[in-house]
Write a protein that binds this ligand. Structure first.
Ligand code: UD1
Length: 360
């Protein structure tokens, strides 16, 4: 079976790596190709993940780069279509909810080539998020929908998707987490930053709704001012956020916060080493809500909603939005709580890739 595996942006690499690895183990049944759309292209946002995750270099690189949503989605489609026509794959596998996910799924469905979506069925019910549009549309057109948890199956059924297109396989990112947790302990990032376990917090922030608007970003900084007085907050900063800090005139304010340490974006292993040693994580990422839940690290989600409700009901995730009083109160409650509580979520067991291959 010839399978094209699509990667585009940072959160795709740790989802595709275990699938490609499993396919390479089953050489007689699967011939995987890796296609990189180039949605993310900085060394720190892309190259380092291939090394850290033992993901083979892309067989084909589309080199689309950054632009508006329409221009980026269109460029991916234009460049991906000839690849599919040439390679004639049996399946195309897309993951997550980035523009590359939807663009490539749309190309396939128009060509009559089968497409599978990994991490299907997640819904924030917030249509102002570009990712929510990507999720809704990809799930409508994909042939096979691989879901991480039962709530995702329910979402799909409620949208009229027949059960035979849905397979509950678990969380593919946790395959990567299990595989690399031990190895990440060799990272020297904590030593380099002078940190000791559970004596710092980690922050990530890149959603347009948080970092592109002065009022919202300002409120989040109000909260971070208080928290970082008590506990150093390490902030590996996404390129989008680095840009908007300057554009919104927040640079001096951020620089004056002595407890907030801005660092360049980290690769997979360094970042895993960093957050797995943290006392607290603050984030607007989706995947980090899942990773911290599995490790039992308190996670404050700086959004009003989540497409991953199981991390709230079963995991360590707390939805706090951007209201400073709520963020501060929840952070201090979490800091005063007792030790970590790693959780077992059904099928988040490191074997999701095998279940995906079996279904394909
Ligand atoms: C994208 C995804 C988002 C995901 C995030 C993870 C969409 C709609 N959004 O958001 O779901 O959570 O990736 O990082 O697909 N840039 C660089 N170097 C890079 C990549 C981006 O400097 O390698 C800068 C560019 O200025 C670019 C901006 O970051 O315009 C935003 O990049 P883009 O890929 O459009 O969206 P993200 O915010 O990264």
């Amino acid at each position: 079976m010839d399978v094209i595996n699509v990667v585009g942006a940072r959160p795709n690499f740790m989802k595709v790596a275990p699938i490609v690895e499993a396919m390479k183990r089953r050489k007689r049944e699967f011939t995987p190709l890796v296609v990189h759309t180039g949605q993310h292209y900085d060394a720190a946002m892309s190259d380092s993940f291939f090394r850290d995750l033992d993901l083979p270099q892309p067989d084909i690189h589309l080199g689309v780069g950054s632009s508006s949503h329409a221009a980026q989605t269109a460029a991916i489609m234009e460049r991906f279509e000839p690849v599919v026509l040439r390679e004639q794959p049996d399946w195309v596998v897309v993951v997550g909810d980035v523009n590359s996910t939807l663009a490539c799924a749309l190309v396939c469905v128009k060509l009559g080539v089968k497409v599978a979506h990994v991490e299907a069925g997640l819904r924030s019910r917030d249509r102002t998020m570009p990712e929510e549009i990507n999720r809704l549309l990809t799930d409508q057109i994909a042939d096979l929908l691989f879901t991480p948890s039962a709530d995702a199956d329910e979402n799909l059924r409620a949208e009229g998707i027949p059960q035979e297109r849905i397979r509950l396989v678990g969380n593919i990112m946790i395959d990567s987490l299990h595989k690399h947790l031990e190895r990440s302990r060799q990272s020297s990032i904590k030593t380099q930053l002078g940190l000791t376990d559970e004596n710092y917090a980690v922050l990530t922030l890149h959603r347009p709704a948080n970092v592109d608007e002065l009022a919202v970003f300002g409120r989040i900084l109000d909260a971070l001012e208080k928290i970082s007085e008590q506990l150093p907050v390490v902030f590996p900063i996404h390129p989008r956020t680095r840009k908007t800090i300057i554009e919104l005139g927040l640079h001096e304010r951020v620089a004056a916060m002595k407890g907030l340490r801005l660092i360049d974006p980290l690769g997979y292993l360094d970042f895993l080493s960093l957050y797995s040693g943290a006392r607290l994580v603050l984030t607007d990422s989706g995947g980090i809500q899942e990773e911290t839940s599995v490790l039992g690290i308190p996670c404050l989600t700086l959004r009003e909603n989540t497409e991953r409700p199981i991390t709230v009901t079963m995991g360590t995730n707390m939805i706090v939005g951007s209201d400073p009083a709520r963020i501060i109160a929840t952070a201090f409650t979490a800091l005063n709580e007792r030790a970590r509580r790693p959780v077992n979520i059904p099928l988040w067991d490191g074997h999701t890739a095998e279940r995906i291959l079996a279904a394909l």
